[in-house]
Structures are given as C-alpha cells and as structure tokens.
Design a protein around this ligand. Structure first.
Ligand SMILES: [Zn+2]
Length: 176
C-alpha cells in the first residue's frame, strides 16, 4: 500500500473514531468540564485576578493598537450614509409615537429651564388640557398649547394658549 493513501485513510479513521467517542461521551465530558470550571472559579481571588487580567489585557491591546479616530468617524459617516433612509424612517416613527412625543416634549421643557419634580405627571396633565387656563379658548392645534414657567425659579405657572402667553404673561414679565 502506498504510504500516502495509508496515512489519509488512517486519518479519516481517526477522525471518525474521535467523532464517535465525542458523541458517546458528550454528556460525561460536559459534566466533568463544568465541575472542573466551578472548582477553579471558587478558588480565592480568582474573580479579582480575572478582572485585573482582563483590564491589563485591554490596556495592552489599546497601547499596541490605538484606535484610529479618523478612520472610526469615517466608518460611522459611511454607516449613516448607507443606512440613512432606514434610520430616518426609524426616527420618524419614534417621533410620531406616544413615547417619542413624551420624551421629546419633556426634554424640550428641561432645555428651556422648567423645573419640576415629576415630569411624567406634568406631561400627563399637559396632554389632558383642552382649554387655555387664562382666556378659556379651546386648543385647535397642538402648537396652541403652551407651558408657561417662571424664568427665575423654573416653576410651572400656567398651561395656556400661545396668545395669552405672549400678550398677558409677556406683559407681566416685562413690567416686572
Ligand atoms: Zn389663552
């Protein structure tokens, strides 16, 4: 018999044997491995040692392979460009959802300086209002509704229409 055919045949056989052995003893091997790992993990200081080791490893890795900021941002740009439509659609859907509307409204209030202990409750109240607290007009467009707050303390004062906010409260503010 040719040596190479003998070898390749033998190799196949060994492979087959190993596969069979693994199949037959899979469960046993898994249990043994688990027990071994559990025992090893229990050893004192293992957790700290491992986390320190990982930290050091990462530090070394970044020292050797510093991330290329320019390349990274270039990659991000490309990603956004490629997925622009999908992402825009996603954001549009989020903005139009009740949750998105609430988050954005509350963020806007915080940005303009409104201070409140419970923004969620404030938003619920704001959403419920159908008429201006000052002149009593009905809100026909969402943009009509306005949350008025004290610019010095951040405290909420009124939920009123845009007109009242400018004409009534604006004057008050100016005369102060
Ligand atoms: Zn009004």
């Amino acid at each position: 018999m040719d040596k190479t055919t003998y070898y390749s045949k033998n190799k196949e056989m060994r492979k087959e044997y190993g596969r069979k052995y693994y199949e037959e003893n899979k469960e046993k091997m898994r249990i043994y491995q688990k027990a071994y790992q559990a025992k090893y993990r229990q050893r004192e200081g293992f957790k700290e040692w491992k986390s320190n080791y990982m930290k050091e490893y990462q530090k070394e890795y970044f020292k050797k392979n510093p991330p290329d900021k320019e390349k990274q941002s270039e990659r991000m740009k490309k990603y956004f460009e490629k997925n622009k439509d999908r992402m825009n659609a996603y954001w549009k859907k989020y903005r139009d959802s009740d949750r998105g509307k609430e988050v954005m409204r509350i963020n806007n209030w915080k940005q303009i300086g409104v201070i409140d202990t419970d923004f969620k409750l404030l938003y619920e109240q704001y959403k419920k209002e159908t008429h201006c607290w000052i002149c009593g007009c009905e809100y026909t467009r969402p943009r009509h509704k306005h949350l008025d707050h004290d610019h010095e303390t951040g405290e909420v004062r009124y939920i009123c229409c845009m007109k009242c906010n400018i004409q009534v409260l604006g004057r008050k503010r100016g005369s102060k």
